[in-house]
Design a protein around this ligand. Sequence first.
Ligand code: ADP
Length: 284
Amino acid sequence: MARLVRVARSSSLFGFGNRFYPTSAEASHASSPSPFLHGGGASRVAPKDRNVQWVFLGCPGVGKGTYASRLSTLLGVPHIATGDLVREELASSGPLSQKLSEIVNQGKLVSDEIIVDLLSKRLEAGEARGESGFILDGFPRTMRQAEILGDVTDIDLVVNLKLPEEVLVDKCLGRRTCSQCGKGFNVAHINLKGENGRPGISMDPLLPPHQCMSKLVTRADDTEEVVKARLRIYNETSQPLEEYYRTKGKLMEFDLPGGIPESWPRLLEALRLDDYEEKQSVAA
Ligand code: ADP
């Protein structure tokens, strides 16, 4: 724990006393200022000049990685996924890897101590490269982790992505990664009918290009049994974080309306970034 605290204290990543954003509760209402407006909403400030400090919450399979990674590219801040850090450690066959693989392959959570250590090393390496700001994906996942994070920095916004539970297992089972280029895809066809006032939801598969087709791999923990265990653990251990951040006025709830083509523009709208994306694509 000491390392995260030490790194965070010395790191511009956590931007002490450098709070730019209104709370997400404000940001989530169309009539309220955008997270990129300040000074009474008088002017938009380029996010690249600022220290975005966001967290993505959501069940396994909801798409945290997909949307956090897109936003990271758009805003020019690092996307730090603790699941990726765990998988890198597993692949390194270092001293921790045997212990980690047993935990991860049962769908259980790695200890707070190990995860904080992996995250702090990642932050340290980023700091050395001059990174600033972050979009955290998969951290915090326990109340203890949220408290540690809260002790060392001020999170601006917590985005809670939501999908009906029935969809999540299919989405996890459909996940594929290209072992060569590292891009993620999804071969699942989702078509959930609406009922009891809940809208239906359909998502087309996100298929890989021809050159990735023969190199696709599936995560060892994306089996039906392990996904169900992860969902259960999420509901028990991580869902209380929603209330924690809601009470702090930082939570922005976002019900995904479908796949990326429907959800991405709506998410940008909710974050008041739709304008920003248009300007970026014109400038590109
Ligand atoms: P998911 O699809 O379940 O959101 P992730 O890629 O975020 O998966 O994480 C994969 C695994 O890595 C988790 O099941 C857990 O074992 C471990 N892990 C990732 N982040 C954390 C964390 N913050 N705390 C504890 N364990 C974690």
